[in-house]
Design a protein. Structure first.
Length: 374
C-alpha cells in the first residue's frame, strides 16, 4: 500500500472540487434551480449498489453457456450410429438368399425317394388273396350245399343234420345233395335228431339193430378221387366205430374206434393212415380223408382240426382205396345188424368227387367252425 500524503485543508477541498474558501463547489457551475434534486446526486452513492449488477449476470451467463454445448455433442453420436446399421443390413439379406437357393435342391432329392416307396402297394395284392376267401365263406349258408362254390371238386353227397328236424324216414332220399336213399330202422329208439349245434344225429344207446346207412355211393375203385368230410363228437359213453363202409370189403373207418378204449382221429382205408391210438375226448372234431386215385406216394391224406384250421396233413399213405356206401354208429354186419356200436353226435357227412387241397379244407373249416362252437 502507498505511504499516506498529508494534505492541507485547502488541498483537500480542491481534491474534492470544493472551493476552500466558501466550502462550496466551484462558482462556475452554479446550481440550476431546476436541478433542485441535488439530493439525487447524493443518491448517487446508491449507485454503489452496482455490485448487485455484477452478481446478476453471473448466474444468467453460467446457465446459458452450459446448456448450449450439451445438446450439440449429444446429437453427434446419434448420427454416427446410423451409418453403422446400414452396412450391417446389407450383408444380411445377401447371406439369407444363399441358403434359400440351397434348400430348393435339397427338397428335390427328398421327393425323389418318396415315389420309390410306391412298392408298398405291391404288398396289397399279397393281402388281397388272403382276405378274399374269408368274406366269401362267411356269407355262405352253413346248412346248404352252396359250400361247393370255392371247392374245385363237386359235392356229391351231403347228409347234414341241419337240413332236418327229426331222424330221416326209412327209404327217404337225403335232404341234401345226392339222390341216395336212406335206410333207417330205429325200433330201439337208440338214435334221435337234436337241435344242438344247428342240428345233430345222436346215438345215445348201443342197440345193434337200429340202422342208419346209405347205399349206392360207390368209391371202391382205387382210381377214383374223393374226399370225405365229417364233424363228430364222442359223448364219453360207449366206444365203437363211427363212420364205416356199408360193405364188409373194402373196409373203411373214420372218426371213432373202440379198440382198448375209445380212440379218435381214426382214418382207415385198407390200412390206418396215421395213429390209431389217440384217446378220445368229448370235444367236437373235424376230420377229412382224401384220395387222389393215383395209388402212389401220399395218395391218401388225412387232415384233422378243432378250433383252428389244419396247416398241414395229419398223416398220409402211399396207396389208394375207397368205400362202398356209408354206415353210421356201427360196423357193417348185414343189412339189418351192426357191430361195434358207438354213442355220440354227428353233425354232417359230406363227400366230394375229388381230392381237396389244403386251402380248400381250410376254407371249409372257416365255414363250419362257428356252428360247433369254435
Amino acid at each position: 500500500m502507498a505511504k499516506g500524503v498529508i494534505l492541507s485543508d485547502s488541498d483537500g477541498f480542491r481534491a474534492l472540487g470544493v472551493d476552500p474558501k466558501t466550502g462550496n463547489y466551484p462558482v462556475q457551475n452554479p446550481p440550476d434551480p431546476s436541478a433542485t434534486p441535488t439530493p439525487t446526486v447524493t443518491t448517487t452513492p446508491s449507485l454503489t449498489a452496482s455490485p448487485a449488477l455484477t452478481t446478476t449476470p453471473t448466474p444468467s451467463v453460467t446457465v446459458t453457456s452450459t446448456t448450449t454445448p450439451t445438446p450439440t455433442p449429444t446429437n453427434t453420436p446419434t448420427n454416427t450410429v446410423t451409418p453403422t446399421v446400414t452396412p450391417t443390413t446389407t450383408p444380411t439379406p445377401s447371406v439369407t438368399n444363399t441358403p434359400t437357393v440351397t434348400s430348393t435342391p435339397t427338397n428335390t432329392p427328398t421327393n425323389t425317394p418318396t415315389p420309390s416307396i410306391t412298392p408298398s402297394p405291391t404288398q396289397t395284392p399279397s393281402v388281397t388273396p388272403t382276405n378274399t376267401p374269408t368274406p366269401t365263406l362267411t356269407t355262405t349258408p352253413t346248412p346248404t350245399s352252396t359250400i361247393a362254390s370255392p371247392i374245385s371238386a363237386s359235392l356229391v353227397f351231403d347228409l347234414d343234420a341241419a337240413n332236418y328236424s327229426a331222424m330221416p324216414a326209412n327209404g327217404s332220399t337225403i335232404a341234401g345233395t345226392g339222390t341216395y336213399a336212406i335206410t333207417m330202422t330205429n325200433a330201439g329208439s337208440s338214435m334221435a335228431w337234436n337241435s344242438a349245434n344247428g342240428g345233430v344225429f345222436r346215438k345215445s344207446t348201443t342197440g345193434t339193430s337200429d340202422m342208419f346207412f346209405v347205399s349206392g355211393l360207390n368209391y371202391s375203385t382205387s382210381t377214383q378221387p374223393w374226399t370225405v368230410f365229417m364233424a363228430y363228437k364222442w359223448d364219453g359213453g360207449t366206444a365203437g366205430r363211427l363212420l364205416n363202409a356199408n360193405t364188409a370189403s373194402p373196409d373203411f373207418l373214420m372218426g371213432l374206434w373202440g379198440s382198448s378204449g375209445a380212440k379218435m382221429n381214426i382214418a382207415f382205408n385198407g390200412a390206418f393212415v396215421g395213429s390209431s391210438s389217440t384217446a378220445a375226448d368229448t370235444a367236437w372234431h373235424f376230420i377229412w380223408m382224401s384220395n387222389d386215385g393215383l395209388n402212389t406216394t401220399n395218395s391218401t391224406k388225412v387232415y384233422i382240426a378243432t378250433t383252428t384250421a389244419p396247416t398241414t396233413t395229419h398223416a398220409t399213405r402211399n396207396a389208394s382205396a375207397g368205400f362202398n356206401g356209408l354206415r353210421l354208429f356201427g360196423r357193417f354186419v348185414n343189412s339189418t345188424s351192426s357191430s361195434e356200436p358207438v354213442t355220440g353226435d354227428v353233425a354232417f357227412v359230406k363227400v366230394y368227387n375229388g381230392a381237396l387241397t389244403l386251402a380248400e379244407i381250410q376254407a371249409l373249416h372257416a365255414t363250419y367252425k362257428t356252428r360247433i362252437g369254435y
